[in-house]
Design a protein around this ligand. Structure first.
Ligand SMILES: [Zn+2]
Length: 263
């Protein structure tokens, strides 16, 4: 998979510039002493990544085929660690297919798996792969709600959020990674939270897809209202890892208010 390496690192003569921009982005985030290790640095970077110049990402962009290849390898690792189960309560296949008619990145390998765990969560990785926990299926009541959750996860790939964070992390790594190492980098960061701006953007695009597919925006609103109750019950501070929805950045209330004000 030399092509991936070449595409990412054809820009390597400008590595110094990239570092300067990345470090400028990181400096917007207060880093304390114990945060000073690689993983925390990357985590902070992902939270502030929106500030990074988009031009760098365009110059180091991966093809859809490369992205699918990364997703496929990462999916192999994830599925070894979680228990995949049959869908229940909702006809997810039908909902997924309805939403799929409105995706723009038609070359991506969009697909989903249902994961048996009580955690109220769903998440997406590069290449269009999505994981929907049974915990979130049990938590939701209407088809509009689960359709919004799926549309939100689709949107993280439609908007290239998943692959961009792999690009950021690969560029910030201290070695020139080969394909296997890029997959490892993707594995290291897949459970880290997206930035607040990425979440808002995925919500907004998710609502657009939801409406096009004939679902009701009320599903997004009631989902965030339920999530707000869950946040009160559990708190948000320690739950930002491996959770795309329960987070202090942004809170369910902020996201609900934005969705209400759309259209
Ligand atoms: Zn999200």
């Amino acid at each position: 998979m030399r092509t991936i390496r070449n595409r990412i690192f054809s820009f390597f003569s400008f590595r110094g510039i990239i570092y300067t921009v990345l470090l400028a982005a990181i400096s917007f985030t207060p880093l304390n002493a114990q945060d000073n290790n690689d993983n925390d640095l990357i985590k902070n970077l992902l939270q502030t990544a929106d500030i990074v110049n988009e031009t760098i990402l365009e110059l180091t962009a991966l093809s859809d085929d490369d992205e699918n290849a990364i997703g496929k390898e990462l999916d192999k690792q994830i599925t070894q660690e979680v228990k995949i189960t049959k869908e229940r309560k909702f006809n997810i296949k039908r909902i997924f297919n309805k939403l799929m008619k409105y995706v723009e990145r038609t070359n991506l390998n969009y697909n989903y798996k249902v994961v048996k765990t009580d955690e109220v969560n769903a998440y997406a990785i590069a290449g269009g792969y999505m994981y929907i926990n049974t915990g979130i299926l049990d938590f939701l009541d209407t088809e509009d709600e689960i359709a919004f959750v799926i549309a939100h996860e689709i949107s993280h790939n439609e908007l290239r959020h998943c692959i961009k964070r792999v690009q950021y992390a690969a560029l910030a790594s201290s070695v020139d990674p080969n394909f296997g190492e890029i997959v490892q980098i993707a594995y290291n960061i897949y459970s880290m939270p997206f930035s607040k701006y990425d979440e808002f953007e995925a919500d907004e695009n998710g609502v657009k897809i939801l409406l096009k597919a004939g679902y009701d925006k009320a599903g997004a609103v009631s989902f965030f209202e339920k999530l707000e109750e869950l946040e009160k019950e559990y708190g948000v501070d320690d739950r930002d890892a491996v959770n795309d929805f329960i987070s202090s950045h942004p809170t369910a209330k902020e996201r609900r208010d934005r969705v209400i004000n759309m259209y």
